[in-house]
Design a protein around this ligand. Structure first.
Ligand code: NDP
Ligand code: HSE
Length: 575
């Protein structure tokens, strides 16, 4: 999903500890965290600890006088299991994540198999895996001895895995824990609230931080000069945590965290996923209500069960007026357009996945926000979890001029073409795409190319600063089995010539990246710059979780903005 062709370099190693891996709700938070990094163009190695309590449970079966090598292989099951569970959770969220086996982590060890020392680190297998993925997931805590048998790096050893890999890959290192950094003293103890360090020298960290970071890991970091950051999963304390390895000790200013009041409009395919993500972040969001057409109907979410009746209303407009942040996943032009205009005009934030609305009225809505402090966020309107608009933002910030866009931007048509290529009848494939939640409420918008046309128009405006002049789409309705088999897919294009911006949507044979999308509902965007470079983002383009992760990432950005602007205005919070 990340910007594959610009660089394959792994930028960050992020370790998620057992204290933040307790249940499926933690996996939602972890996916938010990792996706937030990927959408900023990072390429990640994620190192996992075993789920909370799992290592203790496995160790309970181990005879301290028995065969240490067998015990090490057995206890490593905890990290192997968590690495695969995290990989599946990230894939479900729409990221291109790949797990690598414990034996391929590349950490060679010597000494006690249950508390081994690192002899050398060879991250080649991790680098290879990163060529085809945005996130490589690695079981922490494990190494291999010179016979290739699994060994363990001692309790807390996933910290050491992360620091050793980051040092070998020359990447940033972050240890994500249930504390947001290193404090003067234990923040859970009695007495005055202690202060967090923003930055610590290795030596001070050794004297203070032994309880937060594995001692061997701290020693390895100091010996290799690998600075790292300790922070919480949910961004308490401003999310920046403590950086260890600087040249001075510095306390962080106190940053009062405030929640924003959120109204969720729509609780269908996408809305139910967004609901779970919002409920998983009570540190950030206070959900004031949910608008639906029929509030009498009982609603259940996957992670939080029955949606309380007193949250539901059919009056979307009145609900939106009570919130600092409005998330719209209703679809269609009205009432979303009226509510968006009112929300932005009073300086609140509006997040939407509605491409029809943005393609039709994006410029008018942006005008409503002018001078009010309101902000419009619509990343999920294009490409589901594929961060297409973020890639264009990065290229603009880097001073690049975009000359051409080409992509597969409709998940429904992609899914149908893949199914037909595998022998399914066209009408059956359409019914399946609707059942899977990929299609629009009116699927003719997908089949006639209108949805892809809206998306390429939004991208063209972001890339070229003006909407395309002609947008006459050809859809997929005429697709035959022979076409699908020959690689015909629905392709959207936009380019600029000397006079204006053009866009087309049509079925045609694809090659290269567009022909090798991993997921049956995969989307991709190729961006060509004036210097002739091609940048690609890809991933899952439709469905509940890939869309919800993009919506929640926008909501978290909007929340940061609201908190910061309100703090600046009133030296208080948003409420
Ligand atoms: P659904 O049809 O599944 O859900 C729509 C929701 O909006 C329902 O909960 C419905 O209520 C509610 N609703 C409809 N009209 C009103 C109204 N006037 N007032 C209050 N609530 C209302 O749609 P999706 O979740 O699939 O799509 C939502 C948006 O996300 C659309 O803009 C779509 O284009 C976009 N999108 C969808 C993707 C996907 O894969 N599905 C991917 C990317 C973007 P009730 O439940 O009572 O019927
Ligand atoms: N119906 C759309 C699609 C949803 O199939 O791509 C995602 O925008």
């Amino acid at each position: 999903m990340a910007d594959h062709d610009r660089t394959n370099r792994i930028t960050d190693v992020v370790k998620y500890g057992g204290s933040v891996l307790r249940d499926d709700r933690d996996l939602l938070r972890l996916a938010q965290d990792a996706y937030g990094l990927v959408r900023r163009g990072k390429r990640l190695v994620v190192v996992t600890s075993a789920f909370h309590g799992r290592t203790d449970a496995l160790l309970a079966h181990v005879d301290p006088d028995g065969h240490a090598s067998d015990a090490a292989a057995y206890v490593a099951i905890g990290e192997v299991e968590s690495s695969l569970r995290v990989t599946l959770a990230l894939q479900r969220a729409g990221l291109e994540a790949k797990a690598i086996p414990a034996r391929d982590v590349g950490i060679a060890t010597v000494g006690d198999p249950l508390d081994a020392r690192i002899a050398s680190v060879d991250p080649q297998a991790v680098r290879r895996a990163a060529r085809g993925a945005d996130v490589v997931v690695v079981p922490g805590f494990v190494g291999t001895d010179d016979h290739g048998a699994l060994t363990l790096l001692g309790r807390g050893g996933s910290d050491l895995t992360a620091i050793a890999l980051a040092a070998a890959l020359d990447a940033e290192c972050t240890l994500v824990k249930d504390v947001d950094g290193v404090y003067e003293r234990d923040p859970r103890g009695l007495g005055d609230e202690p202060r967090r360090f923003a930055s610590l020298r290795f030596d001070t960290a050794r004297s203070l931080g032994g309880r937060v970071v594995q001692r061997k890991a701290l020693d390895h970091a100091a010996a290799t000069g690998t600075a790292f950051r300790i922070r919480a999963l949910c961004g308490r304390g401003g999310g920046t945590g403590t950086r260890v390895g600087g040249d001075r000790d510095e306390l962080a200013p106190r940053t009062p965290q405030r929640r924003v009041r959120v109204a969720l409009l729509g609780l269908g395919v996408v809305g139910l996923g967004v609901y779970d993500h919002l409920r998983a972040r009570p540190d950030r969001f206070e959900l004031v209500g949910v608008a639906v057409r029929d509030p009498a109907r009982e609603r259940c979410s996957e992670h939080f069960g029955r949606v309380p009746d007193d949250l539901l209303t059919s009056d979307a407009r009145r609900l939106a007026a009570r919130a600092d942040l409005v998330i719209e996943v209703i679809g269609g032009l009205e009432p979303p357009r009226t509510i968006a205009g009112e929300t932005l005009a009073r300086g609140a934030a509006f997040v939407t996945a509605n491409k029809a609305l943005v393609a039709e009225s994006g410029a008018a809505l942006a005008a409503c926000a002018l001078g009010t402090g309101g902000s419009l966020h619509h990343s999920a309107a294009v490409g589901g979890a594929v961060p297409c608009l973020e890639l264009l933002d990065r290229l603009r910030e880097a001073g690049e001029t975009v000359v051409r866009l080409e992509g597969i931007l409709n998940g429904t048509c992609q899914w149908i073409a893949n199914a037909v290529a595998r022998g399914a009848a066209f009408d059956d494939a359409v019914r399946d795409a609707i059942a899977r939640g990929y299609a629009e409420a009116d699927p003719s918008r997908d089949l006639d190319g209108i949805d892809a046309c809206d998306k390429i128009a939004i991208l063209a405006e972001a890339a070229f600063g003006e909407p395309p002049c002609a947008r006459v789409p050809r859809g997929l309705r005429e697709l035959t089995a022979a076409d699908a088999h020959a690689g015909v897919r629905l392709v959207a294009r936009a380019w600029r010539d000397a006079e204006r911006v053009h866009a087309t949507v049509a079925p045609e044979p694809v090659a290269g990246t567009l022909a090798t999308l991993g997921h049956a509902c995969g989307n991709a965007l190729e961006v060509t710059t004036a210097r002739g470079a091609t940048h690609v983002v890809r991933g899952i383009g439709a469905g509940r979780w890939p869309t919800a992760i993009s919506v929640i990432a926008d909501a978290l950005d909007a929340c940061e903005r609201l908190v910061a602007s309100n703090a600046a205005r009133t030296a208080g919070g948003v409420r």
